[in-house]
Ligand binder design. Structure first.
Ligand SMILES: Nc1ncnc2c1ncn2[C@@H]1O[C@H](COP(=O)(O)OP(=O)(O)OP(=O)(O)O)[C@@H](O)[C@H]1O
Ligand SMILES: [Mg+2]
Length: 257
C-alpha cells in the first residue's frame, strides 16, 4: 500500500481537484484506492454528495476515543475501485485537543496500518494549514504531491511547504518522496508563463515538467466523482501527470536496486 499526501499550506491551489483526478486515474488503472478527506471544510466529501447534516461518520472518528476503524468508515463511491472517508467540521476542533492528548499526531498512520492489505493506494486530501491534520498526513505518507498555482505568490507558499516536509522527513527518519505539480496554469498571462519557467528551473527533477491548464470543466468536482467522469484538457493533463509520478517511482526503485 502506498500513501500519498496531497498538500500545500496555501489555499485554493488545486489540492482537492488533484486528489480526485489522481485517485480516479489510479482506480481506472485497476488499483484499489482509498481517499481520506482531512479538511474540515470537506470539499472532497461534498463532491461525493455526502450529506453534511447530520455530520457523517468519518475522519474525525479516528482521532477520538470511539475506536472507529478506517475499514468501517470507508464508503463506496460511484467510481469502481474507489472508496472514500468523509470529513466532518469537528476536525477543526482537534487542534485544541491535541495538547491534552499526546500521540494524536500519529493517529492516522496507525489507522492506515490496519488496512494496509485492503488498498493499493491511499490519497490524503490535506487542509491548507500547517497543523495537526497535515502533520498526521506527512507522518503517514510515503510520498508528497504539492500542487502549486503558477503565480509569483504561490512560489513562496511552495517553499514553505517543502521546508515543512523536510522537517517532518528528518524527524520521522523515513524518506518522503516529494513532487511538485504546477496547476491552474494560464499561458495567456505573462506572470503565469514566468512563474512556470521559474518553477521548472528552481525545482528541476522534482517538478512535473508540464502544467495542468486552467479548464472550467475541472470546476465541476461532482462530475469527477461519477463513473463517466469529466473530460477535457485538464483531466487529460492529470492523466499525464499521474503517468509521470508513477514513472518517478520506477526510476527511484531502479536507482535503489
Ligand atoms: N485546472 C483548473 N482549472 C480551473 N479551475 C480549477 C482547476 N483546478 C482547480 N480548479 C478550481 O479552483 C478552485 C480551487 O481548487 P481546489 O478546491 O482543488 O483547491 P484546494 O487547494 O483544494 O483549495 P482549499 O485550500 O480551499 O482546500 C475550485 O473551485 C476548483 O474547482
Ligand atoms: Mg481542498
Amino acid at each position: 500500500m502506498q500513501v500519498w499526501a496531497i498538500a500545500n499550506q496555501k489555499g485554493g491551489v488545486g489540492k482537492t481537484t488533484t486528489t480526485l483526478c489522481l485517485a480516479r486515474g489510479l482506480a481506472q488503472d485497476g488499483r484499489r484506492v482509498l481517499l481520506v478527506d482531512l479538511d474540515p471544510h470537506a470539499s472532497l466529501t461534498r463532491a461525493f454528495s455526502v450529506p453534511a447534516d447530520p455530520p457523517p461518520a468519518g475522519t474525525h472518528d479516528l482521532f477520538v476515543g470511539s475506536g472507529a476503524s478506517l475499514a468501517a468508515l470507508a464508503r463506496r463511491t460511484d467510481v469502481p475501485g474507489l472508496e472514500m472517508v468523509a470529513a466532518q467540521p469537528a476536525l477543526a476542533t482537534l487542534e485544541r485537543r491535541s495538547s491534552a492528548q499526546p500521540g494524536l499526531g500519529l493517529a492516522l498512520g496507525r489507522a492506515l496500518h490496519a488496512v494496509h492489505a485492503s488498498y493499493d493506494e491511499v490519497l490524503l486530501d490535506c487542509p491548507p494549514t500547517l497543523g495537526l491534520l497535515m502533520v498526521n498526513a506527512l507522518a503517514a505518507a510515503d510520498r508528497l504531491v504539492v500542487p502549486t498555482q503558477t503565480d509569483p505568490l504561490a512560489l513562496h507558499g511552495l517553499a514553505d511547504m517543502l521546508r515543512t516536509a523536510a522537517m517532518v522527513e528528518r524527524s520521522r527518519r523515513r524518506p518522503l518522496t516529494q513532487h511538485v505539480l504546477p496547476t491552474l496554469y494560464d499561458r495567456r498571462t505573462r506572470s503565469g508563463v514566468q512563474s512556470l519557467e521559474q518553477l521548472h528551473a528552481q525545482y528541476e527533477g522534482r517538478v512535473w515538467p508540464s502544467a495542468v491548464p486552467m479548464d472550467t470543466r475541472l470546476r465541476d468536482a461532482q462530475a469527477l466523482t461519477t463513473e463517466a467522469g469529466a473530460g477535457g484538457r485538464g483531466v487529460e493533463a492529470y492523466g499525464r501527470a499521474l503517468e509521470w509520478l508513477l514513472a518517478q517511482d520506477q526510476s527511484s526503485q531502479r536507482r535503489a536496486a
